[in-house]
Design a protein around this ligand. Sequence first.
Ligand SMILES: Nc1nc2c(ncn2[C@@H]2O[C@H](COP(=O)(O)OP(=O)(O)OP(=O)(O)O)[C@@H](O)[C@H]2O)c(=O)[nH]1
Ligand SMILES: [Mg+2]
Length: 201
Amino acid sequence: MIFGRSQRGKPPVEPVTLKILVAGGFGVGKTTLVGAVSEIRPLRTEELLTEAGRPLDDLRGVEGKHTTTVAMDFGRITLREDLVLYLFGTPGQERFWFMWDELAEGALGAVVLADTRRLEGCFAAIDYFERRSLPFLVGVNCFDGAPRYPAGEVRQALDLDPGVPLLMCDARDRESVKEVLVGVVQHAMATAEARRRAVTT
Ligand SMILES: Nc1nc2c(ncn2[C@@H]2O[C@H](COP(=O)(O)OP(=O)(O)OP(=O)(O)O)[C@@H](O)[C@H]2O)c(=O)[nH]1
Ligand SMILES: [Mg+2]
């Protein structure tokens, strides 16, 4: 058959689209992470850090940082031809957290980025996802010059539940970020499956 389906190959697949949040404290690399993997030009809402914000904005370790996210970052990555992730980066500064509930709506899971020099920066994000039972994974963004700690020590310092995955990553590196995102999707799927089983048994 010349015009049969077999000649045209596989019919195009409608991809599943999933929403993933990228959260964490101020300046941990959320905007960098979304920018590193997005296949569309990421939408950013960066504003200049100002003199007025200086007492509030902790720039230790990221002295070269001049801008901050005030609403969100948005990017997209196709993990497989049938699986597309929409990434929503949250603002890190506490004064913009009123945005979080809007951003979290309909999310499958989240990445909480952490910087070991300022671990306390991600406590609020961890609390937020725990309270809402939204599956999340912790990505330790290994900045150059930051001390490296074994995963177990970081888990302990964060008082992480044993079921929450923790990965070391580099927010600037596409492959590293992809690994983190695959980790979130797998963790969210496993959590959903476990919850389903708990309901039906
Ligand atoms: N060396 C190094 N620098 C990084 C890394 N990730 C981010 N940076 C730098 O750290 C600074 C902060 O990164 P951002 O991506 O703006 O952080 P953010 O979490 O979006 O910050 P807010 O939106 O202000 O909360 C920038 O100057 C980045 O270039 C990393 O993995 N290694
Ligand atoms: Mg940002």
